[in-house]
Design a protein around this ligand. Structure first.
Ligand code: PMV
Length: 316
């Protein structure tokens, strides 16, 4: 049995602006997507076909289910390049909004590489996975989530032409007391990226200015992460959040949530496309328990973000 896994992600700084070739900072989380790959049945006999078992649906490859789109593409690319094999590929997912699509591709690639006895570098895994995800998704995307799934940790990511050849990935220090808080609302990244892209067309100069400021925030945040200066990092989060709000990406409920947790935190902001999914906050060490009580009393979902390793595989 081959077992591979890749971490989910959250965006810390630079969402949206990263889609236009600017840098962002993102972190892995210790919620991992698992892929199990078996090419033998329980009696040790070789399997007769390829099966995908993911998101509660089991189907023969190629699967007609939309939910299996990324796995279909990944497997098809391997078959095309290296020949067909029979196996059963099963996944154990992570919640939506935490990078499940990128993590499933990256983990599946690692499992398949192991099956085919191929030894690729992380850069090669990133490039291949990026191609798969680009093919499977609608609209523009920066690929930062794929980079986090491959490399893990906390990274600065920049993809100058939204083209794999220019991806620049730098590993940063881990951040302490980082909390992910569930807004309880699902948001559509594709739609919000399109909306911001239209606004950018309309207000080109204003958005050039906004992205320039976000770039400065990312540069400064990188330094403060490495200096472990969490008070300043929190301030930078607040500034970045204010900009995202000005871009129309916050909501009344998100603002209320952020205002409510403010006393316990150095800073808080939207994480990702906006208008829902998760917000992130950096909490004051001595007020962490109060923050947890505040969230629990209101039945608001949260977890502490512990940075995790990148894609990994084991055979047993
Ligand atoms: O909503 P998420 O967590 O998938 O993040 C989207 C981040 C964007 O910058 C808006 C899009 C992207 O591809 O980087």
């Amino acid at each position: 049995m081959i077992h591979s896994s890749a971490p989910g992600k959250l965006m810390l700084f630079g969402e949206h602006s990263v889609v236009y070739g600017n840098p962002c900072i993102a972190t892995s989380i210790n919620k991992r997507l698992d892929v199990y790959l078996n090419d033998k049945n329980e009696h040790g006999k070789e399997l007769k076909c390829t099966t995908i078992d993911a998101l509660g649906i089991k189907s023969k490859f190629p699967s007609n289910f939309e939910q299996h789109k990324f796995l279909n593409l990944t497997i098809a690319k391997f078959f095309e390049k290296y020949g067909c094999k029979n196996f059963e590929l099963t996944t154990k997912p992570i919640p939506k909004g935490l990078g499940s699509s990128s993590a499933v591709v990256v983990a599946a690639v690692k499992a398949l590489l192991t099956l085919y006895n191929l030894n690729w570098s992380n850069d090669e895994i990133f490039k291949f996975s990026y191609e798969v995800v680009k093919e499977g998704q609608k609209g523009k995307a920066s690929g930062y989530d794929i980079a986090v799934a491959v490399y893990g940790g906390t990274i600065r990511y920049e993809n100058k032409k939204i083209d794999i050849k220019d991806a620049n990935i730098k590993e940063l220090k881990s951040i302490k007391n980082l909390i992910a808080i569930d807004t309880g609302v699902k948001s559509s990244t594709t739609e919000l990226v399109r909306e911001i892209s239209e606004k950018r067309e309309k207000y080109k100069q204003i958005f050039d200015g906004i992205f320039k400021i976000i770039n400065e925030i990312v540069d400064k945040a990188e330094r403060e992460i490495n200096n472990e200066n969490y008070e300043e990092l929190g301030e930078l989060m607040n500034i970045n959040h204010g900009i995202l709000n000005a871009m129309g990406l916050s909501t009344y409920e998100i603002e209320n949530l952020i205002n409510g947790i403010k006393p316990y935190c150095y800073g808080a902001k939207i994480s990702g496309a906006g208008r829902g999914d998760y917000i992130i906050a950096i909490c004051k060490e001595q007020r962490k328990n109060e923050l947890m009580n505040y969230l629990q009393d209101r039945k608001i979902g949260y977890f502490e973000i512990l940075q995790d390793k990148g894609v990994d595989v084991e055979i047993y």
